[in-house]
Design a protein around this ligand. Sequence first.
Ligand code: Z5A
Length: 207
Amino acid sequence: MTGMFITVEGGEGAGKSTNIAAAKAWFESRGYQVTLTREPGGTPLSEQIRSLVLAEHSETVAPITELLLMFASRSQHLAEVIQPALERGDVVICDRFTDATYAYQGYGRGMSKSDIAVLEQLVQGDLRPDLTIVFDIDPKVGMQRAGARGSLDRIEKEQYAFFERVRTGYLELAASAPQRYQVIDAEQSIENVELQLTRALSTFLDR
Ligand code: Z5A
């Protein structure tokens, strides 16, 4: 028996963390076992890579270093958490996955899509999410929301244009495979966003 692999994506402050809790409750109320996890991170080693990748350093982090760290974290996360949970039959809900690599390292930093695809195949084999929810938000609104929380990490300190490219990346990825992606307008109220989310999950389960 194999489970379902659902990934949640979007820019800063789009409401991923807020809505992932609602998605977990929605599946559990229907009797599903849910594994909630995140990237970069999800295992002790991958969380250490997360700390490294988000921290400020006295040297510039080369885009390829950042890219490889994302996939190093992912490889360990897949082996330790995601694949075992899918084999148990769980619904795995992952806060960011490889679409974030295409959006941030690809569209944001300018790394080539084909290089990312090579690493994707190497690390994941044929595993791809069954459903990807993209919370779409104007980066100005998202940054205001995220900024209200306090200090910014290394990636959050990027310029506005970087986050515009990331947003474009997510929307282009979603348009390229509409059967896998659901784009949600994340600028609406928390209640309306949650309503759109539960509709998207119902549609996914019904198909
Ligand atoms: N990254 C990468 O570059 N490459 C990769 O391959 C991967 C990741 C996997 C860490 O991700 C960083 O790693 C991220 C991308 C990069 N870079 N940055 N910057 P993360 O997911 O941990 O960090 P994040 O994107 O910064 O998450 P976030 O800022 O916590 O955003 P969020 O989870 O989407 O938002 P939230 O915490 O649910 O909500 C933010 C605030 O807005 C909060 O106060 C909420 O109460 C409020 N909120 C939420 N929804 C609403 C609505 N609808 N209205 C009003 N207020 C709201």
